[in-house]
Design a protein around this ligand. Structure first.
Ligand code: PAF
Length: 318
């Protein structure tokens, strides 16, 4: 089932997984999906369509159809994988990767690419000597239907080393070549905190107030956004990460302006009655605060309100 030369596998065939797969495939790199929730009895190839809008073009998207191998989650198929890119939601990371660990070689490198923070702390002790890299992407992508995606933005992707064996130079260069606007950073954790700030400020407020990202530019949200960021900067400092408060606030408002017409991922999750990533976004700030004997009142309030929306069956969105 697996073609012999597939060395890079993607776990998680959601919008981001399909976009990264498209980008690697388009760069001529053999890549496959690990078929955890894909029916491997019926399909040996996975076909999907990507509508990609090149940066220099404003209106027309290029349509590409892809077929990539599905890699069965079995020893003989997984033992040859050199790099596994985990693109599932943050709250699914441990459940998705743990059952595969005894089938992956000790040389297999793991790259986590999701919104929010936290799974890396639980995963690192479980993976032995394998290398772990972390990344964050601000590429915009929407899933039209199960196997059809559309790229909606060309934001920055940052990847860096976290623990164990560093990623082999060859794979590092392949990623940098294939993913547009992608950089390798020496210190990934501060980058993840910066992206966390954007998500912590935008996602819960848009879900609670049932609004677009752009609505948050209105003055009535200033106070809550400032409190979320104050707490985040203070907690990160206790974790040894110094963040520039002014820069962070500028970045949050820049994203609000650049994505003004979008509904955030948390807004969409609540609207479609799906589990949200609140535990790995504002919840991570509260969790780290607790570790340092602190409380993060506004972030806790965001968590409480989102949990209420998650459990109320009809949230009246959209
Ligand atoms: O989660 C999201 O929706 C996005 O990361 C962001 C940057 C908030 C834009 O909508």
């Amino acid at each position: 089932m697996i073609s012999a030369n597939v060395e890079i596998a993607i776990l998680g065939a959601g919008a981001v997984g399909q976009l990264i797969c498209h980008q690697l495939h388009a760069a001529g790199i053999p890549v496959g999906f690990i078929g955890k929730n894909i029916d491997t009895r019926r399909e040996q190839q996975l076909s999907f369509t990507a509508f990609i809008q090149p940066e220099q073009m404003t209106s027309k998207a290029l349509e590409s159809h892809y077929s990539v191998p599905i890699i069965e989650p079995k020893l003989e198929a997984l033992s040859g994988i050199k790099l596994i890119i985990v693109c599932v939601k943050a709250y699914q990371v441990l459940d998705a990767i743990t059952p595969l660990l005894d089938k992956l070689s000790s040389q297999c490198h793991i790259l986590l690419l999701h919104n929010g923070m936290g799974p890396h702390l639980a995963l690192a002790p479980l993976i032995g000597t394998r290398g772990l890299s972390l990344g964050t992407t601000s590429q915009g992508v929407l899933r039209h239907n199960r196997w059809q995606i559309k790229q909606t933005g060309h934001g920055l992707t940052q990847i860096g080393h976290f623990s164990g064996q560093p990623l082999d130079d060859r794979y590092r260069h392949l990623l940098l070549e294939a993913i547009p606007n992608c950089e390798w950073v020496d210190a990934i954790i501060p980058c993840l905190w910066q992206k966390l700030a954007v998500n912590a400020a935008i996602n819960p407020l848009t879900a609670i107030h049932k609004c677009t990202n752009g609505t948050l530019a209105q003055p009535q949200f200033n106070h809550t956004i400032a409190a979320i960021l104050d707490e985040l900067v203070y907690v990160a400092a206790q974790d040894g990460i110094q963040l520039d408060r002014v820069f962070l606030q500028d970045r949050v408002y820049r994203v609000i302006t650049l994505t003004a017409g979008n509904f955030s991922s948390m807004h969409q999750d609540v609207a479609h009655q799906r589990q949200t990533e609140i535990d790995q976004i504002n919840g991570y700030i509260c969790e780290r605060a607790k570790v340092h004997g602190l409380s993060a009142t506004t972030n806790t309030e965001m968590c409480t309100k989102i949990k209420q929306l998650e459990t109320s069956k009809s949230s009246g969105h959209i």
